[in-house]
Design a protein around this ligand. Structure first.
Ligand code: SF4
Length: 263
């Protein structure tokens, strides 16, 4: 790691404070721009492209994305240090996909380490193993998506196959990383008991992961697609109801894993 990690530059599009859904305790979420996947259900479509974009929001043009430094981001993250200390919280990297900007992400995490801030990352692990492995010493909690066990279906709905992702999560588990598995529950993609059971079984039996979260599909990203001048890829597909999510939670828990609905 370079000495001057605080001047490393990267591209983000948002910082959200006081989150309680993306890792332990009260957290500040830093959203990095750029992602290699194109999940049909993505609720942050403004995160996907590396380019800085314009999005219409309530009739007003909003610029999405800006270049900044580790030092600048850390200044904002440090403002809530007392809350992290009391709640066991810290900073979570989200996106987009943080591994898309590995140098910036690593430097920011290193800066957190130097300043006593707990770290988490929301990631798809869609990167080469060397990149993933370089994050292990810098992360307290990996929040890792497992979207589908079938690679063809994974590719159909996200544009990427799942082999590399699953190889990475196996290697990450073997390396002893603290992993929480997250599964977006998407109608017409993976919302059957058999599909969720297969993911829970993989997480618990093959990876030894003790905790998973199932996240119901929602349409909150709809207006963003329209604001970006894009079609909404999920059409009129409704969100899974409470009873369906409870059924799927029980199916997952039957494998032995602790399963929660929501983040
Ligand atoms: S991995 Fe996440 S940020 Fe990337 S397209 Fe899928 S849902 Fe969106």
């Amino acid at each position: 790691m370079a000495n001057d990690i605080y001047s490393v530059r990267g591209r983000i599009f948002d910082i959200q404070k006081f989150s309680v859904h993306d890792g332990p305790g009260i957290r500040t979420i830093v959203f990095l721009k750029g992602c290699v996947l194109r999940c049909r259900w993505c609720c942050n479509p403004e995160s996907q492209n590396w380019e800085i974009e314009t999005m219409l929001q309530n009739g007003t043009k909003k610029t999405i994305g800006y270049d900044t430094t580790v030092g600048e981001v850390l200044k904002t993250v440090m403002q809530d240090k007392p809350y992290y200390r009391r709640s066991g919280g810290g900073m979570t990297l989200s996106g987009g996909e943080s591994l898309y900007q590995p140098e910036f992400a690593r430097a920011l995490l290193q800066a957190c380490r130097e300043n006593g801030i707990n770290t988490a990352i929301e990631t798809t692990l869609c990167a080469d193993w060397e990149t993933v492995a370089s994050f292990i010493p810098l992360i307290d909690t990996f929040l890792v998506d497992i979207k589908h066990m079938d690679s063809a279906k994974h590719r159909e709905f996200t544009t990427q196959p799942n082999e590399q992702i699953h190889d990475n999560i196996r290697a990450l588990a073997k390396a002893g990383a603290n992993i929480v598995v997250r599964v977006p529950v998407i109608p017409s993609f993976n919302d059957t008991p058999a599909e969720l059971h297969a993911i829970a079984q993989f997480a618990y039996e093959a990876l030894g992961v003790g905790e998973m979260h199932i996240l119901p599909y929602h349409r909150l990203g709809y207006d963003k697609y329209i604001g970006l001048g894009r079609d909404y890829p999920m059409g009129d597909v409704p969100s899974p109801d409470k009873a369906k999510m409870e059924l799927l939670r029980n199916v997952c828990a039957s494998t032995g894993i602790t399963c929660h609905i929501g983040g």
